[in-house]
Design a protein around this ligand. Structure first.
Ligand code: PYC
Length: 332
């Protein structure tokens, strides 16, 4: 039986995929996107699995549904979907969603160049620049970011000890800077990152509590951000961000960049007003900026922004039929 046909605009943000699903939205209950995210995960997660996993997606696949706003001040809401679940916030996903939605005529700003969007992690503000029908760049004023744990020692079986920080930028990130047992991301292969990241994440999960002070449904370390030398002109730092079971972000990762800014700020290495050009494993760049200081619970925190670009690469009509044994995807 045909479970659904999902029309999608496929795009990428600085190399990482964004599949904006433009039909087949389930009706979600709740007053805000955090509640609606929980409802989606309880009842409609099959849609995410079908559209994100092979054979319709792949390990890095991520996407979004655009919904009407939850609050009076917003223009729209976004539900993020990807192989690992439904993230509270996704930076590359937002840049791709806004670009694809504006260029496809699915979203019109009341004030050209400016939007307010409800996401599960809170509310974000967007500036964007459009030339003709094309969106040149999108800047996200993200939710508050803070350093949750500093200088923690993790004992990683088979690798040895790692000194790490855990920082929040919309998701919780273990951040690993170069040190004795990690020579830096340009000295490791992608295979090394894929091998060690799930173990580092698991050990961090067991050892370090991460629960967002304002929303306990946002909890747990989901990503590992490895740092190292830059390869692109103008970059201030480089990262390889691991997520899901087998994914390395091809973009510089918006929530990861926000978490990195909060870490560097709390350690006294960046100040309010500073920009930080962050590059991905493939050398694509986002410009991060510390916009202001704030607090999250008892933590000193920042309001970060991230600026980047996306391109539409195609349109898709994806069918999910439960007489297909792989209707809801698989992973190898
Ligand atoms: O850009 O925030 C991001 C992101 C999260 C996971 C992959 N990209």
């Amino acid at each position: 039986m045909l479970k659904g046909t999902f029309f999608c605009v496929d795009a990428h943000t600085c190399g990482n995929p964004v599949r904006l699903v433009t039909s087949g939205h389930p009706h979600l209950l709740g007053d805000n996107m955090s509640d609606k995210r929980q409802h989606f995960l309880r009842e409609y997660d099959w849609i995410r699995k079908a559209l994100m996993f092979e054979p319709r997606g792949h390990d890095m696949m991520s996407g979004a549904f655009l919904y009407p706003p939850c609050s009076d001040s917003a223009d729209a809401s976004i539900l993020f979907i990807e192989t690992s679940g439904c993230l509270p916030m996704c930076g590359h996903g937002t840049i791709g969603t806004i670009t694809a939605a504006i260029e496809s005529g699915l979203l019109t700003a009341k004030t050209p160049g400016q939007l307010i969007i409800d996401v599960p992690a809170g509310q974000i503000k967007i500036d964007y620049q459009q030339t003709g029908e094309k969106v040149d760049w999108v800047k996200i004023y993200n939710v508050a970011a803070y350093l949750a744990h500093q200088d923690q020692i993790l004992d990683i079986p088979g690798l040895g000890t790692l000194k790490v920080d855990v920082s929040y930028g919309g998701n919780y990130y273990v951040i690993v800077d170069p040190q004795a047992n990690f020579p830096g991301l340009r000295h490791w292969s992608a295979g090394d990152i894929l091998k060690w990241s799930p173990i580092v994440r698991e050990v961090a999960q067991q050892q370090l509590s991460c629960i967002h002070p304002d929303d306990p449904t946002v909890n747990g370390v989901s990503h590992v951000l490895w740092t190292g030398d830059t390869i692109s002109d103008g970059s201030d730092g480089a990262n390889a961000v691991f997520y899901g079971d087998k994914a390395i972000d091809r973009s510089p990762c918006g929530t990861g960049t926000s978490a990195r800014l909060a870490q560097l700020y709390t350690k006294g290495l960046l100040s309010v007003g500073d920009e930080y050009t962050h590059e991905s494993i493939i050398g694509s760049q986002f410009v991060g900026r510390i916009e202001a200081e704030t607090t999250v619970g008892d933590h000193k925190a920042i309001m970060p922004s991230i600026k980047g670009w996306a391109r539409i690469i195609g349109k898709n009509a994806i069918t999910v039929d439960d007489n297909d044994p792989y209707a809801f995807g698989f992973q190898v």
